[in-house]
Design a protein around this ligand. Structure first.
Ligand SMILES: [Zn+2]
Length: 253
């Protein structure tokens, strides 16, 4: 499956997801009792889009968190002449730091792996081994779903699942691009394994404020088609919902 995102491919509308009874009636996420939580982010923003509400909750519970930033996101605008890949990477790293601070995380702990954006697949074994060495008994791993639809997300999900199982730790998968391609009325999503995490009004507002830190992704960075926003407003709205969804991989085959 190829993920196509542009003005002509805006994916499932948020209205369609709003009408989904399956989504409305998901079982709630069970309370998290982890010693520490490791959050795997393929690109500098996925952790906020996919789990920005849950991150706020974990911070309020005093649970130690660490983000594993797999790439620096330098591949978001291939073909753009408005910004160099080096500048794009440093911009995105800065944006994600600001967004995490907006969630209330004063000094975010981030381990950057600097793997190549759009080619994490070539480093899967290395990624899996790095995660395996980081995970300890009692940890929880939060990672993109291995069928999320972007090649980097999928491989991060696979490596995280294998590393978590090998370390014997719990793993929850978050969703970013699934909301784009999946059909709310189909079995594209593993509904039985999916859990809802409700956001308070305050948490939702903070998450929305955090998502606005990603200027390089939510606005055009120049006049050409190659400079277009990766997440124009209709897509960004998916991440302003009053809830987040996580797949409980403990039950997955
Ligand atoms: Zn991503």
């Amino acid at each position: 499956m190829q993920l196509i995102v542009d003005e002509g491919h805006l994916g499932q509308s948020e209205e369609a997801w709003k009408r989904s009874e399956r989504l409305a009636n998901l079982a709630p996420l069970a309370p998290i009792r982890a010693r520490r939580v490791l959050i795997v982010a393929p690109h500098p923003d996925d952790e906020v889009f996919g789990a920005g509400g849950l991150i706020q909750h974990l911070l309020s519970e005093g649970i130690p968190l660490e983000v594993v930033a797999v790439t620096d996101g330098e591949g978001s605008h291939p073909g753009s002449t408005a910004i160099s890949t080096v500048d794009l990477a440093s911009t995105r790293v800065r944006e994600s730091l600001e967004a995490l601070r907006r969630l209330g995380w004063r000094e975010p702990l981030i381990t950057r792996l600097h793997l190549p954006d759009s080619n994490v697949r070539g480093y899967r074994q290395q990624l899996q081994e790095t995660l395996r060495l980081k995970l300890r008994p009692g940890d929880l791993c939060i990672a993109p779903w291995r069928f999320d639809g972007h090649p980097d997300h999928d491989v991060c999900g696979e490596a995280s699942l294998h590393a978590s199982r090998s370390a014997g730790v719990q793993i929850l998968s978050y969703l970013v691009w699934t909301w784009h391609w999946a059909d709310p009325n189909s079995t594209d999503l593993p509904w039985r394994l999916s859990r809802r995490f409700e956001l308070s009004r305050r948490a939702r507002a903070k998450k929305r404020w955090a998502t606005s830190a990603f200027a390089s992704q939510i606005q055009a960075i120049g006049p050409d088609a190659a400079d277009a926003a990766i997440l124009p407003a209709p897509l960004l709205r998916r991440f302003w919902r009053p809830f987040e969804v996580f797949i409980d991989e403990a039950q997955a085959p």
